[in-house]
Write a protein that binds this ligand. Structure first.
Ligand SMILES: [Zn+2]
Length: 441
């Protein structure tokens, strides 16, 4: 009997789970460089109790993104770190900044934060950034994480006050089942302590707008929404072009990259410190202002202004970027003329350069759809009723030529159109499934 027990104990390490889902490893990095070069540096490792992220498709990514984080362990003693145990893809503000004129003149560093389940053994972490032009790895950095490292800083013991507004459509008193559902945190930015009721009302409006859009509407049971009541000292957010700087929860500002409407935060460490201890995977930051603006960065965050009349469509549009990795479907006649290249297929599912259209919506071409929403949008335009075929419509991804979208209009194109186009709906559906169901290779 004793011998059998000893034999079982001895075999345990062979089958040990390489990830400990009772904890989160938070990896803080600085991505820095100019328009020509880039480097990645580790800033700090943190640990947080619990893991709210994916439990399925651990070694896969749903879309390529502009960068990836990969965790690998040794498949056998003495082997290289040859077995991928966790993978995630992302985009960054740093890479958006690189094509700007400022990047030709100076080097800048940007904070980036990634979450993974805590490894149970020595694990190689690799961060890669991809080149916009050809998709090749432009920068790569690897380091070994030992979960026993005494300098992994525990955080999240005293989280900001938070309140659930959605638990998969179940009673709000029920268990959030964060291991099964996609946890979205809605964060207050520029709301003072006295304005938290306004924030909660704004968060509920964001939720109502999201649930008014397919496929979020019919798949809302896969989500949890938690509101983070992070108070700001000042009311409103910073507007540098007016010389207006405020002390706010996540330190956001307009005029990012000197673009008036671009509202972002550079303070990712601060943002994630604020969220530590609260189950979250995706982040929506609501800014307490009526000035139009916002941004959404794939697997980083959505940031949008809550009191502009376009709030409802814009928050959903930006979540299309940050959650589903969708591209903008609008275009200018002269700007960003070299953003997408004819011999590279963009990884975003809702635009194509026709380089590899088979990987896109070819199977939907010819199928007719109409807007599935009957609401009247914020400009008072009614939704389109006639059926329109999915096809190739030239213009998208900021370019009027050389990039095509699948439908004349979409939530990723204009604020006045009431719904996502059939191509985007399919892409969002896939993303929701990816985080909640095992996907076949
Ligand atoms: Zn679309």
């Amino acid at each position: 009997m004793l011998t059998i027990v000893a034999a079982i104990v001895a075999t345990i390490p062979m089958f040990a789970q390489p990830l400990d889902f009772s904890k989160t490893l938070r990896l803080n990095y600085i991505f820095s460089g100019t328009d020509k070069d880039q480097s990645i540096t580790l800033a700090e490792l943190c640990s947080i109790e619990g893991w709210a992220g994916k439990r399925v498709n651990l070694d896969k990514v749903p879309v390529r993104g502009n960068g990836q984080l990969t965790l690998s362990v040794r498949s056998a003693e003495g082997a290289d770190f040859d077995k991928v145990i966790y993978k995630t893809s992302f985009s960054t503000l740093f890479q958006e900044w690189q094509p700007t004129e400022e990047a030709t003149k100076l080097a800048k560093g940007f904070e980036n934060v990634f979450l993974a389940p805590m490894p149970s053994e020595e694990t190689l972490v690799t961060v890669e950034l991809f080149d916009f032009k050809d998709g090749h790895v432009s920068c790569s950095y690897s380091h070994v994480v030992d979960p026993k490292d005494i300098l992994i800083r525990p955080v999240g013991m005293n989280p900001a006050p938070y309140e659930w507004i959605w638990k998969g459509g179940e009673d709000l008193a029920s268990d959030p089942k964060s291991d099964e559902r996609i946890d979205v945190a809605i964060v207050a930015e520029g709301y003072t302590e006295a304005e938290m009721e306004t924030f909660m009302a704004d968060a509920k409006e964001a939720m109502a707008s999201l649930w008014a859009h397919e496929p979020f509407k019919s798949m809302s049971d896969r989500f949890n929404l938690v509101c983070v009541k992070s108070p700001s000292k000042d009311s409103g957010v910073s507007v540098p072009r007016e010389g207006l700087w405020k002390e706010t929860a996540v330190g956001s500002n307009f005029d990012s990259f000197y673009t008036e409407r671009y509202l972002t935060t550079l303070h990712l460490f601060q943002l994630h410190d604020l969220l530590a201890g609260i189950p979250y995977e995706h982040i929506v930051i609501l800014a307490n202002t009526d000035t139009y603006g916002g941004g959404g960065i794939y697997n980083s965050y959505t940031l949008t202004t809550a009191h502009h009349p376009g709030f409802r469509p814009v928050v959903v549009h930006e979540f299309g970027h940050s959650f589903a990795g969708l591209a903008d479907e609008y275009y200018y006649d002269d700007q960003y003329s070299e953003y997408y290249y004819p011999d590279v297929e963009p990884w975003e599912k809702n635009i194509t350069t026709m380089h590899d259209f088979d990987s896109k919506w070819r199977s939907l071409v010819g199928e007719k759809f109409r807007s599935d929403d009957t609401t009247i949008d914020w400009r008072g335009k009614k939704s389109i009723k006639e059926k329109i075929a999915v096809d190739l419509y030239e213009g998208g991804g900021y370019q009027s030529k050389g990039v095509w979208r699948g439908f004349p209009d979409c939530r990723m194109n204009t604020n006045s159109y009431p719904s996502f186009c059939p191509v985007c709906r399919e892409a969002i559906r896939y993303m929701i499934d990816f985080y909640t169901k095992e996907i076949a290779d």
